[in-house]
Design a binder for this molecule. Structure first.
Ligand code: SAM
Ligand code: MD0
Ligand code: SF4
Length: 381
């Protein structure tokens, strides 16, 4: 019986992936373009096999606190862009932030992600603006020892250092794309170089890094592969992709939509290219209903757990599944189980971080050295 050459090629690529032989550009592109149902199942299967190799059946779960929806920026894709006057914004007090974080910790999450727009209240009053926030972070850390991520935009370097000293573990700042031209049409008026540079600096300060892509924003398959290459150079610990969700009253509200399959394929290709890293399935794109397909594609972290009745928003889906309590730990556990997975313990998460830091120490030290020798373009805040 003759085997179809396309099937043979796919089998060869996936066999290489299973043996963790790095795939070249052309092979990664091939995977991103798979469309046949049987072939897709093979790609997802390989992604899950690699996830199992490094994480067994354990999944991590992150709580999300979007504590201020004010923003000085004009990202074309974002509901919270400065000039959008059609929404009600909020800024939570330090006490509210702490209370929410503590209730998320009680519900069993492994990490608290503190996120805001680039709120002028913080950015324009610099030291005094951030001071309360930094103290709140310190309190959360001291009383719970929970790992903390900040997603607060491109903060000045000295403030970033203060967050580190207060006990923050992760810095998340998504580039969305590594095509500078596309970036300039998405993150209007923001420096591409500065955003990348701050991540390099954060890593030098000892932060763990998360990088993120948006798909369905005019990105090509080539752009997506370029991003994987940049992500490798940056040396990130967690990487994500989210589908663009059109937002009313924003410049991209009528942007043609791309099937969700693209996000799923990118998740699988991320797992294949970075088998031992953390890759989220965000509840923020399609809510609880979209969780199983993202886990099936190889994700190993569920993000955007939000307490109901807290008055807190999501990012790409500001209200989906929040008030009805569908973005809670209790609601995701059955979905994990239906997919042969379980929720990891806090000890498992701590162990992963510590083993991972040991494993990547040499890479991080070498790149720190390379950066300090390169004297590349210095970015300004
Ligand atoms: N303001 C900070 C910043 O932009 O870095 C922190 C917020 S950040 C976590 C918001 C992220 O949500 C963006 O980087 C983008 O990846 C995602 N996002 C925003 N609007 C979105 C949309 N309409 N559809 C999908 N993802 C979106
Ligand atoms: C999420 N809504 O995890 C959150 C957000 C920011 N670090 C994360 C995009 O889906
Ligand atoms: Fe502001 Fe972040 Fe939205 Fe851009 S993505 S408008 S920086 S909140």
């Amino acid at each position: 019986m003759s085997v179809d050459p396309a099937t043979l090629k796919l089998v060869e690529i996936l066999d290489k992936a299973t043996r963790e032989i790095p795939l070249d550009r052309e092979e990664l592109l091939y995977l991103l373009r798979v469309s046949d149902e049987n072939d897709l199942a093979k790609v997802f299967n390989t992604a899950r096999l690699l996830r199992k190799r490094y994480f067994d059946n354990k999944v991590f779960v992150y709580g999300f606190v979007y504590f201020s929806t004010y923003c000085r920026n004009e990202c074309a894709f974002c509901l919270y862009r400065k000039s959008n006057n059609s929404l009600k914004r909020y800024r939570k007090t330090d006490l509210e932030i702490m209370k929410t974080a503590l209730s998320l910790v009680d519900s069993g999450v492994h990490l608290i992600d503190l996120t805001m727009g680039e709120d002028p209240f913080y950015f324009e009053n610099k030291e005094s603006g951030f001071a309360h926030m930094i103290r709140a972070v310190e309190m959360i850390k001291k009383s719970t020892n929970i790992p903390i991520m900040i997603s607060v935009g491109v903060v000045p370097e000295d403030i970033l250092m203060e967050f580190k000293e207060a006990g923050v573990d992760w810095y998340a700042t998504y580039q969305e794309t590594h095509n500078p031209d596309l970036y300039s049409r998405l993150r209007l008026g923001q420096s591409y170089v500065l955003r990348m540079q701050r991540k390099v600096e954060a890593r030098q300060m000892g932060f763990l890094l998360e990088e993120g892509l948006l798909t369905g924003v005019g990105d090509t398959d080539e752009d997506l592969i370029d991003s994987l290459e940049e992500i490798k150079k940056l040396g990130v610990d967690q990487l994500r992709v989210m589908s663009f969700v059109p937002q009313k009253d924003t410049p991209m509200q009528h942007f043609p939509s791309v099937p969700r399959l693209k996000e799923l394929l990118v998740i699988a290709v991320m797992r294949i290219a970075f088998p031992d890293r953390l890759i989220p399935a965000s509840l923020d794109v399609d809510g609880l209903n979209g969780l199983a397909e993202r886990l099936n594609a190889g994700a190993n972290v569920v993000t955007s757990i939000i307490p109901p009745q807290s008055g807190l928003a999501g990012v790409s889906n500001h209200s989906l599944d929040i008030e009805d309590g569908n973005r809670t730990v209790n609601k995701i556990i059955p979905v994990l189980e239906q997919n042969g997975l379980i929720m990891a313990s806090r000890g498992d998460y701590a162990e992963w971080i510590s083993l991972h830091q040991n494993k990547t120490r040499v890479f991080r030290e070498e790149s720190k050295h390379a950066c300090s020798n390169s004297g590349g373009e210095t970015a300004r805040a």
